[in-house]
Design a protein around this ligand. Structure first.
Ligand SMILES: *[C@@H]1O[C@H](CO)[C@@H](O)[C@H](O)[C@H]1NC(C)=O
Ligand SMILES: *[C@@H]1O[C@H](CO)[C@@H](O)[C@H](O)[C@H]1NC(C)=O
Ligand SMILES: *[C@@H]1O[C@H](CO)[C@@H](O)[C@H](O)[C@H]1NC(C)=O
Ligand SMILES: *[C@@H]1O[C@H](CO)[C@@H](O)[C@H](O)[C@H]1NC(C)=O
Ligand SMILES: *[C@@H]1O[C@H](CO)[C@@H](O)[C@H](O)[C@H]1NC(C)=O
Ligand SMILES: *[C@@H]1O[C@H](CO)[C@@H](O)[C@H](O)[C@H]1NC(C)=O
Ligand SMILES: *[C@@H]1O[C@H](CO)[C@@H](O)[C@H](O)[C@H]1NC(C)=O
Ligand SMILES: *[C@@H]1O[C@H](CO)[C@@H](O)[C@H](O)[C@H]1NC(C)=O
Ligand SMILES: *[C@@H]1O[C@H](CO)[C@@H](O)[C@H](O)[C@H]1NC(C)=O
Ligand SMILES: [Cu+2]
Length: 578
């Protein structure tokens, strides 16, 4: 039955392919067609073989390379045993919210045996983004790079590199990651930590059975290399460094930055950073390394280091009998070195300035969202085994004290478009319902949030400011907050409680960096601004997947503006229903 089914699916795919390729020959050359088959394949890591869900049997999945202005048409066929969706992380999806991907937000999942075609155009964005599954914990192995080149004939705003290489940081479990999160959801405890971090899918020399397969990045003497670094790890912010090769940072999240040099990057999950390195060192071998930045106190984390090797061509093939030299290792910060993170993030600037840089200087919506963890008392009908969080509780997380619950019978965008009642409400609070010392010793009475599927409505074109305030409930932690459908400017960040009378003076309204994911400092805050010019339903959430699972999310409902060009497009005919 399974085989038959698969054959039918391939016929179907083939049919679509033939049909599409017949269109391609007539259409503009700037439409790219891809087939993504989501399927389980055996993947061997750390001496063990695991059936991992992949795209087209590749881990990491295929790199998509486009030019700014191109349209991508990706037919996703689900041959795995789980529901799946694909999210095009950071792509603005102007008016094409149906292609954004988070399950139960902009679409119902693609069920096993089903398919869905994502179609969207990439405009006004250049640099590095990525794609990943946005369903349960499948993105542990379902991810890949999305490289956006400037249009043909348009140069980079930095010296042209000789070569470009995506560097994707990941996180590997020796188990099916869906089973890991299901177990945690059952027990209420924190999920098991990963067994390794990876660089382009490989853990590297410092792990068992991994040396042979360590990722090698070849480099020539005198070469300038553009590295497109992506943090695709599920639950871990990561430091990144290369021995003796300082970085010139030139971009992040598909936006250019005013170049600066640093030896260390910190990327939260969801973030990308484009850097230039020069092949100007003594020919040899140099470790490329990533290790955790862990800001939460007293929590278990995977305390390992992943490596790849930057290898000069001249040493790649040593004479017979001469072993390759041990690579030089870069100095790396301590796992809790928040000062290094702050030094790095405060260096980020846009290369352009206001008024050329369209930062909203006036605001229509002044929002204040708390983000943080919580603990639920064990519900009366639950057994002890279901309350294995600290002191017999269950972990939770929230924004403005609402722990977000996804719907299950309609996606939010479908419910919005078709006017289905009872799926969500539009009363997400614009301010914390209770004011308290967010980063102080918070009373236990405040630790247990409400649950809800509450959206915040924005008028088309409104200019929005959000103060994102971390809390110390359970533990303070740096949360990488990601907003779908938008890029935003990070105009300030700091520690402690945001103080409107003094901290507004720190706002950078001249050349703030533009990103789609902001790491909110541990026991601190960040302020972002954007213009709500993209109608639809857009999720905002912590990109540590364990925190989304616990409810650290909300969604904006951005209304249509005037006329077709300010309105959400109609849904595609093959949009999955629940
Ligand atoms: C989580 O870790 C515990 C302890 O090592 C182990 O017994 C359990 O099987 C693991 N669960 C999953 C789903 O991997
Ligand atoms: C690596 O393998 C050795 C020998 O089998 C074992 O003792 C050690 O615990 C393993 N280390 C890790 C990190 O799995
Ligand atoms: C992490 O591992 C390093 C090296 O093995 C060790 O020195 C350090 O104490 C560990 N830190 C934590 C927090 O487990
Ligand atoms: C980092 O953790 C170490 C223990 O591993 C501790 O001694 C040190 O004070 C911590 N540093 C910061 C900045 O929290
Ligand atoms: C658990 O209980 C112990 C003892 O009462 C207390 O010291 C600790 O702070 C509690 N931990 C949490 C996370 O509530
Ligand atoms: C969808 O599910 C919610 C929550 O289970 C329920 O309240 C609502 O009535 C359902 N709506 C429809 C249209 O089935
Ligand atoms: C936090 O407040 C509680 C009472 O609300 C108090 O018992 C506890 O000692 C305080 N902890 C600290 C570290 O100040
Ligand atoms: C969140 O809401 C719950 C339920 O109403 C309440 O008990 C708790 O104190 C609130 N916490 C905060 C931080 O507002
Ligand atoms: C898969 O998606 C369907 C809706 O399309 C939903 O009813 C079902 O619960 C989902 N399965 C899982 C395991 O989430
Ligand atoms: Cu978080």
């Amino acid at each position: 039955m399974n085989k038959m089914c698969q054959t039918m699916v391939s016929c179907y795919v083939l049919g679509i392919l033939l049909f599409l390729s017949s269109i391609v020959s007539f259409a503009s050359a700037k439409v790219q067609y891809h087939d993504f088959v989501v399927q389980a394949v055996p993947v061997k890591r750390l001496c063990k073989t695991v059936k991992a869900i992949t795209v087209n049997g590749q881990f990491p999945g295929p790199t998509l390379e486009v030019y700014e202005g191109d349209t991508l048409v990706v037919n996703v066929v689900n041959r795995a045993k789980y529901n799946v969706t694909i999210h095009w992380h950071g792509v603005r999806q102007m008016r094409t919210g149906w292609a954004d991907g988070p399950e139960f937000v902009t679409q119902c999942p693609i069920r096993p045996g089903g398919s869905y075609t994502y179609k969207f155009t990439i405009t006004g964005q250049e640099g590095t983004l990525w794609w990943h599954a946005h369903s349960s914990w499948l993105r542990a192995t379902v991810y890949g790079a999305l490289v956006i080149h400037p249009r043909k004939g348009t140069p980079y705003p930095f010296p042209k590199p000789n070569r470009e290489t995506p560097i994707i940081l990941g996180e590997w479990w020796n188990r099916d990651p869906v089973k890991v999160i299901r177990q945690a959801t059952r027990t209420g405890a924190a999920p098991n930590v990963s067994n390794a971090y990876t660089i382009n899918g490989q853990p590297g020399d410092l792990y068992n059975c991994s040396k042979q397969d360590t990722t090698i990045v070849p480099i020539d003497i005198g070469e300038t290399r553009l590295l497109r670094v992506i943090n695709a790890a599920l639950n871990q912010e990561l430091f990144f460094s290369i021995a003796n090769h300082p970085f010139t940072v030139v971009g992040a999240d598909a936006g250019y930055l005013k170049p600066f040099t640093t030896n260390i990057l910190m990327l939260g999950p969801g973030q990308t950073t484009d850097v230039l390195i020069s092949g100007n060192q003594a020919p040899g071998r140099y470790y490329i390394a990533a290790k955790p930045y862990q800001s939460a106190q007293g929590v278990a984390f995977d305390n390992t280091t992943t490596t790849a090797i930057l290898e000069y061509k001249s040493v790649a093939c040593p004479a017979k009998g001469i072993p390759k030299a041990t690579p030089i290792f870069p100095p790396l910060p301590a796992f809790n070195d928040t000062a290094t993170v702050t030094t790095f993030t405060t260096k980020l600037r846009s290369p352009k300035k206001v008024p050329e840089l369209p930062v909203p200087l006036e605001i229509d919506e002044n929002l204040f969202f708390t983000v943080g963890l919580g603990l639920n008392q064990c519900p009366p009908n639950f057994s002890k085994s279901q309350c294995q969080g600290p002191n017999g509780t269950r972990f939770t997380a929230s924004m403005n004290n609402v722990s977000f619950v996804l719907p299950s019978n309609w996606s939010l965008l479908q419910a919005h478009k078709f006017g289905i009642p009872g799926v969500f409400s539009v009363d997400f609070p614009s301010q914390p319902p209770v004011q308290f010392d967010y980063t102080g010793n918070v009373s236990r009475a405040l630790w247990q949030p409400q649950t809800g599927t509450r959206l915040y409505k924005l008028k088309y074109g409104s200019r929005v400011q959000i103060v994102i305030q971390g809390t110390s409930i359970v533990t303070g932690e740096n949360h990488p907050m990601h907003l779908h459908g938008y890029d935003f400017y990070i105009i300030a960040q700091g520690f402690g409680n945001f103080n409107p009378s003094t901290d507004t003076k720190k706002f950078n309204l001249v050349n703030p960096p533009m990103r789609n994911t902001v790491p909110v400092p541990v026991n601190g805050w960040a302020v972002i601004r954007f213009v709500a010019d993209n109608p639809g339903v857009w999720l905002m959430h912590c990109h540590l997947d364990v925190h989304i699972t616990w409810g650290l999310a909300m969604a904006f409902l951005v209304e249509d503006g005037v006329g077709e060009l300010e309105s959400l497009q109609p849904p595609p005919a093959d949009l999955p229903i629940c």
